[in-house]
Structures are given as C-alpha cells and as structure tokens.
Design a protein around this ligand. Sequence first.
Ligand code: HEC
Length: 163
Amino acid sequence: MRRPALIVLAAVALAGCSQEQGSDASVPAAPARPAPTAEEKVALLTGLPAPWNAGDLDNGRRAFARCRSCHTITEGGPNMTGPNLYGVFGREVGIHPGFNYSSAMAEADFIWDGERLDHWLENPRTFLRGTKMSFAGIPDPEDRRDVIAFLKVETGYTPPPQP
Ligand code: HEC
C-alpha cells in the first residue's frame, strides 16, 4: 500500500514543476523537445539517406492524409484505430505502449526502417499476413518515398552517425 502514495506524491511534485515553468498542468506529457521549425525540417530532410533525401515533404504531407484518420504522429500523441507513430523508425514492430496489436503484428520481429515501411505501405496485407491495418496501400513509389520522408522528419528520426 506504500506504492500508490508514492506515485501520488510524484505526480504532485511533477505537477508542481510544470506549473513553475508556467505550462498548463492539465496537459500531461509536455514534449521533451520542441517540434522542428520549417528550416530544421528541410535540414533533416537533406540529412536523410537516399532515396528519402529526395522526398517532397509537401507531397508526403498530402499522402499522409490517407493515414491521419487512424494515426497520430506527434510525440506522446494518442493511439486511435492505429498506434501513435512518433519514434517508429528504429523501433521494434508492434510495441507502442497501450495499443492492442493483432497477434500477427505483436509477434512479428523486426525493426522499422525506410525499406520495410516502403514494403508495408505498398501492401500491408502481403507484407504482414493477418494484420488488422485495413489499408489498401499506396501504389505510387514516389508517394511512398515522400510519405516516408515526411514521417522521418515529423516523428523524431535521427540518422545514424556516419562511420
Ligand atoms: C483504417 C485505419 C488505418 C489507416 C488508414 C492506416 N493505418 Fe497504419 N495501422 C493501423 C492499425 C490498426 C495498425 C496495427 C496493425 C496490427 O496490429 O496488425 C497499424 C499499424 C501501422 C504501423 C506499425 C506501427 C508499429 O507500432 O509497429 C505503421 C508504421 C503504420 N500503421 C503506418 C501507416 C501509414 C504511414 C499509413 C498511411 C499511408 C497508415 N498506417 C494507414 C490502422 C491504419
């Protein structure tokens, strides 16, 4: 019975902190880092490995309109029909907290990268049999390149350091 009291204390302490910083205590998890500015996004894009560095972010944003009804991409954003996608690159498939994955996705074993996302978005059902993501796929390779570049820039991806 000690633990809940400690958690409450910690929560009160945290709420106190955020009030001191003048932020709204009713907003639970403030983003750890500010969203990149437009210039920073262009710099992030240029720093991506090929072919994603040739992506068109505006077209990627338009292509992402097909995903928005099911996915949020902001840090700490809610799960909807699909899981929040912040930090998805470099992350193990099917582990976003609080999301109820299909057993196909929960049991899959790989790390998301641009290439895998490209195959996934081309045809989710053949990429992962038994997935519950009901999405027909993006047939156009350039639209896929652009939506992946857009996602890399928007979801906190940082390229691995050059050897
Ligand atoms: C109709 C709702 C829906 C749409 C539209 C949709 N998704 Fe999904 N997405 C899901 C669901 C549901 C899952 C979980 C699948 C499972 O558990 O099998 C998922 C899973 C994913 C995952 C795996 C996440 C993880 O944590 O491993 C990625 C990446 C993803 N979607 C990207 C996209 C992108 C990009 C688009 C748009 C091009 C898109 N999705 C469109 C519902 C959707």
